[in-house]
Structures are given as C-alpha cells and as structure tokens.
Design a protein around this ligand. Structure first.
Ligand SMILES: NC(=O)c1ccc[n+]([C@@H]2O[C@H](COP(=O)([O-])OP(=O)(O)OC[C@H]3O[C@@H](n4cnc5c(N)ncnc54)[C@H](O)[C@@H]3O)[C@@H](O)[C@H]2O)c1
Ligand SMILES: O=P(O)(O)OC[C@H](O)CO
Length: 349
C-alpha cells in the first residue's frame, strides 16, 4: 500500500509539540507514512517576520513552543488548501472556535478517502445544542474523525517527559494506524472505542481546572482542591451519561479522564486562569492576552457553551460546579461564593 500523507491543521503550543512527535515518527515508519508533513499555520508577524518563514528557517516555533526544535520534514504552510492537498490523515489541533471556519474552507477540497483525528478539547454549538468537535469535522468534511486526548501538557511532552494518552477510534485498524503515527517511548497511546467519552472528558476537564485555580487563588489547601476535582469528575460523568448515552465509566480511568483532570488542575493554563480570576478584576479576554500572549484558554468558552445548553434544558441545578465556574468567569458571581457551591453540592445530599 502507498505510504499515507499526513497533514497537521494547527500549529500552536500543542500543535507544535505534536508536530515534533509525528515528524520524527513518519521518518522512522516511512513504509507506512510519507516523510514530508505539511503543518497549516495561521500566519502572523513575529519580530517583523512571517512566523511560517521563521519556522521553516529555524525549525522552531518561537512564539508558541520556544526552545524546542521541530524535525526538518515538518513544513509550515500558511495556505490551508495547500497544506492539506493529498492528505490521507488530517490531524486537527487548533482552538475549537476556529474549527468551523477552517472546515468550511476544506469542504469538497480534500481526498474523499481521508480520515481525520481531532486533538482538540472543546465543544461546538449548533442549532441542536452542543456538538462534539470530531462530529463537527466529520459532518462538514464527510470523512470519519477519531480523537486523541490525554494528560498531555504540551511543554512536558515536547521535552519528552513520559506520559500517556488515549486514542478514540471505533475502527480497530484505524486505531492501530494512529497508534503507529503518535506513539513514542515517552508518549504511550492506548486505543479505546468509546470515542465520544474520550472527547467529552477533554472538553470538560478544562472547566474543572478553572475551579481548581479559583481555590488556589483563594489560598485554600489541597483538600479543597481535591474536592473540586472529585465533584468536577462526578459532574463530568453525569454530563456524559445524560448527553452521550452509552458512555463507559471505564473510559474515565484512561489518561483522557482522571489523569488529564489531575494534570490540568495542577499544571494547566486553565488552572492559571482560575487563580488570576481571583487575584485580579480583569476580564477573561484581558487575562488571556496578558498571560498567554497568543495562546488560548478553552475552559471559559466551554463553560459558557454548556451553561447556555443546560439553561435551555432547565438543568442548571444538576451541574452547580460547572455553572458557578461560568458565572465567576463572567464576573456574575463573587469568587467567595465558590466554597458554598462546593459545600452545598448535590453529591452531598
Ligand atoms: N497546549 C496544551 O498543553 C494542550 C495539550 C493538549 C490539548 N490541547 C488542546 O489542543 C487545542 C489547540 O491548542 P494549542 O495549545 O495548540 O493552541 P494555542 O492555545 O497555542 O492557540 C493558539 C493557536 O491558535 C492560532 N490562531 C489564532 N487565531 C486563529 C484563527 N483565526 N484561525 C486559526 N488559527 C488561529 C494561533 O496561530 C496558534 O497556532 C486546544 O483545543 C487545546 O485545548 C492543548
Ligand atoms: O493548559 P490547558 O489547561 O489548556 O491544558 C492542557 C492540556 O489539555 C493538558 O492535557
């Protein structure tokens, strides 16, 4: 069989870390994969030069993953159609708010036999309510879309510190192909078929991590933070049970579940946001600009999306932690009220 061409759609903090892994792997497995990888990069000027040109000259994404060398077979391409022409495998890894626009541009322009894999942690909103990003990609492009999600803080992965991840694929052969594309001795991939739950975990843990940051900002101890994580996990499980029937509890014990929740509540950008929401009165947008310098917090947007959906369905009282986190991010609830939310949580009734 002809080697498969891989394209990466996205080149931020995680996109660049994954480009390092995939760029190296395709060189070692060149019987299975073509060795040149196009990486779509949203063009911007850095120090007066185009970021794509800097990446292609220096083999380093100096804005989103400074200090990490990327393999030379990863080529940054500013044109989305040029980046994805001939791709057999499309890796989607960009903040979820940009997916619809990118997919609309790709519609009818990619190989009909291509497959996608989404590394994105977020939800889309459409007229029916919440939609998984992998479903959105699959629906717009008319191709299957798998997922990859786990306890994977990009900087640590890029520095080759051991971690696990979870690939969700309903098709066993595709799951094995993706494992070959992503697995390294420091990035251990487990494949499960319960793809929806893998993705739900990735989106919701970003919301819980803001709660962990809020209690950090308030100076509460580790016990309080553990309570946020436990109650958050209970809401994540309930959310999956109600809105994604058939979801398996065992998936929450994979890297995409409990491990990612713990990693993000301790070392993630969303945790940092929660801490700063307590310590400053700036808006989320101002904090994002100030703290992340171009990177993106996904938690506040997901919290807002699920708040709107739960309100429409008259279910706000069943998810008080998610609701409080949204209201605090929106500056409609005082951070001091967060402890009462934990104290009066329905899990204690
Ligand atoms: N960073 C991590 O540690 C990490 C780990 C696992 C999963 N994720 C998930 O991966 C996804 C991507 O995150 P990331 O960290 O790579 O990105 P990031 O937070 O670094 O986001 C910035 C990216 O968005 C791009 N961008 C800005 N405006 C754009 C536009 N209008 N259209 C298209 N792109 C635009 C920027 O060029 C940059 O590449 C998210 O869903 C995130 O939750 C992140
Ligand atoms: O830095 P965060 O909060 O976006 O989390 C990053 C990853 O999702 C951790 O697995």
């Amino acid at each position: 069989m002809a080697p498969k061409t891989v394209s990466i759609v996205g080149s931020g903090n995680w996109g660049s870390a994954i480009a390092k892994i995939v760029g190296n792997n395709v060189q070692q497995r060149n019987d299975v994969f073509s060795t040149i990888i196009n990486m779509y990069m949203y063009e911007e000027m850095v120090d007066g030069k185009k970021l794509t040109e800097i990446v292609n000259m220096q083999h380093e994404n100096i804005k989103y993953l400074p200090g990490v060398k990327l393999p030379e077979n990863v080529i940054a391409v500013p044109d989305i159609l040029e980046a994805t022409t001939n791709a057999d495998i499309l890796i989607f890894v960009l903040p979820h708010q940009f997916v619809q626009k990118i997919c609309e541009q790709l519609k009818g322009k990619i190989k009909s036999s291509a497959i996608a894999v989404s590394l994105i942690k977020g939800f889309a909103i459409n007229e029916k309510g919440i939609q998984l990003i992998s479903h959105q990609i699959s629906e717009i492009l008319s191709i299957p879309c798998c997922v990859l999600s786990g306890a994977n803080l990009a900087g640590e992965v890029a520095n080759e510190q051991f971690c696990e991840t979870t690939i969700g694929s309903k098709n066993e052969d595709t799951g094995e192909l993706l494992r070959q594309l992503f697995e390294t001795p420091y990035f251990r991939c487990a494949v499960v078929q319960d793809t929806d739950t893998v993705e739900v975990c990735g989106a919701l843990k970003n919301v819980v991590a803001i709660g962990a940051g809020i209690v950090d900002g308030m100076g509460s101890g580790d016990n309080t933070k553990a309570a946020v994580q436990r109650l958050g996990l209970m809401e994540m499980i309930k959310f999956a049970e109600i809105f994604f029937p058939g979801s398996k509890t065992s998936t929450f014990f994979e890297s995409c579940g409990i491990a990612d929740l713990v990693a993000t509540c301790h070392g993630g950008r969303n945790r940092l946001l929660g801490e700063n929401v307590v310590k400053s009165d700036k808006t989320i947008h101002e904090l994002e600009k100030e703290i992340l310098k171009g990177q993106s917090f996904q938690g506040p947007l997901v919290a807002k999306e699920i708040y709107g959906m739960l309100k429409d369905k008259d279910m706000l009282s069943r998810f008080p932690l998610f609701v409080a986190i949204h209201l605090i991010c929106d500056r409609k609830m005082d951070t001091k009220e967060f402890i009462s939310c934990l104290r009066n949580h329905p899990e204690h009734m």
